[in-house]
Design a protein around this ligand. Structure first.
Ligand code: HEC
Length: 262
C-alpha cells in the first residue's frame, strides 16, 4: 500500500516537473552536415564569406559583433586589400581631437566591427523594447544548451531559427510585437523574420535561397565564435599521431631489449 502511494507521488511529481517544460518545447532542430564538424573539420571559406555578406547586408542592422575586428576577416580568406576596403567603407567614431571633440573617420583593419546602435537603450528604443544579442559568441552560447554538443549544435540551431518563422497555429496567443518561430523556445521571438530568400545578391553568384543564406550565415557565425578551431583540431591530430608513432617505437624497443629473456 505504502509503495503504491510512493509511486503515485513520484508520478505526480514527474507530471508537475514535465508540464512547464512541455509548454516551452520547440520543434527538434534538424541536423545539418557542416564542413567544420568532426576531428578534421575546416571552415568552408566561400560559405563563410557569403555568410559575412548576409551579416553585413541584413543582420548588422540590428546585431553587433563586438569581438570581431575587420582585420580578422583574413581568417575566412579575404585578402589584406579586400579587408582594407571593407574597413574603409565604415565610419568609425574616434577622438577626442585637439578640440576635445569626437569625430568620424573611415575604418581601418584594426577597428572593431561598428555596432548598429550606440548603446543598449538606443537598440531597445528602435526595436519595441527588444534587445538583439551580440552575435560574436552566439554559436557557442547556443551550442551549450543544444542536445547536439559542439559548435555544430549551435550552428544547427541558428540555421533552423532563421528558417523557423511560420504563421502561428489557430488559437495560439501571440503577445504584441512578437513573431512565431517553431524552433524558438516558447515559440515567440521578438526578432522579425530577417531572411526570406533573395535578400542578398551573392558576390560569387551562388543562388541566395533561404536555406543557402541560413547555412552561410551560420557558417560565418561559427567561425566568429571560434576562429582558431582549425589550429585546435590540427594540434589534436598532431598529438595523436605523435602518440601512435611513439607507442610503436616504444613497443619495438621493448621487444628488442627483452628479446633474450625467456
Ligand atoms: C530588425 C532587427 C533584427 C534583424 C535584422 C536581425 N535580428 Fe536577430 N534578433 C533581433 C532581436 C530583437 C532579437 C532578440 C529576440 C528575443 O530575445 O526574443 C534577436 C535574436 C537573435 C538570435 C538569438 C535567438 C536566441 O536563441 O535567443 C539570433 C541567433 C539572431 N537574432 C540571429 C540573427 C541573424 C543571423 C540575422 C541576420 C540574418 C538577424 N538575427 C537579423 C533583431 C534582429
Amino acid at each position: 500500500m505504502s509503495k503504491l502511494v510512493l509511486w503515485l507521488a513520484c508520478a505526480a511529481l514527474l507530471a508537475l516537473g514535465a508540464a512547464p517544460a512541455r509548454a516551452q518545447e520547440a520543434q527538434p532542430i534538424p541536423k545539418n552536415s557542416w564542413s567544420f564538424s568532426g576531428p578534421f573539420g575546416t571552415f568552408d571559406r566561400a560559405a563563410a564569406q557569403r555568410g559575412f555578406q548576409v551579416y553585413e547586408e541584413v543582420c548588422s542592422h540590428c546585431h553587433s559583433m563586438n569581438l570581431l575586428h575587420y582585420g580578422d576577416l583574413v581568417g575566412i580568406g579575404y585578402t589584406e586589400e579586400e579587408v582594407k576596403a571593407i574597413a574603409a567603407s565604415k565610419q568609425v567614431t574616434d577622438g577626442p581631437n585637439d578640440q576635445g571633440e569626437m569625430y568620424q573617420r573611415p575604418g581601418r583593419p584594426s577597428d572593431a566591427f561598428v555596432p548598429p546602435f550606440p548603446n543598449e537603450k538606443a537598440a531597445r528604443a528602435a526595436l519595441n523594447g527588444a534587445l538583439p544579442p551580440d552575435l560574436s559568441l552566439i554559436i557557442k552560447a547556443r551550442a551549450d544548451s543544444s542536445p547536439i554538443k559542439g559548435l555544430s549544435g549551435g550552428a544547427d540551431y541558428v540555421d533552423a531559427l532563421l528558417q523557423g518563422f511560420k504563421e502561428p497555429p489557430a488559437g495560439f496567443k501571440m503577445s504584441a510585437n512578437m513573431n512565431y518561430n517553431i524552433y524558438f523556445p516558447g515559440n515567440q521571438i521578438a526578432m522579425p523574420q530577417p531572411l526570406a530568400g533573395d535578400d542578398v545578391k551573392y558576390a560569387d553568384g551562388t543562388k541566395a535561397t533561404l536555406p543557402q543564406e541560413a547555412h552561410d550565415v551560420a557558417t560565418f557565425l561559427t567561425w566568429a565564435s571560434e576562429p582558431t578551431m582549425e589550429e585546435r583540431k590540427f594540434t589534436g591530430a598532431k598529438v595523436l599521431i605523435f602518440l601512435l608513432v611513439m607507442t610503436g617505437i616504444l613497443y619495438a624497443a621493448k621487444r628488442q631489449i627483452w628479446a633474450d629473456v625467456h
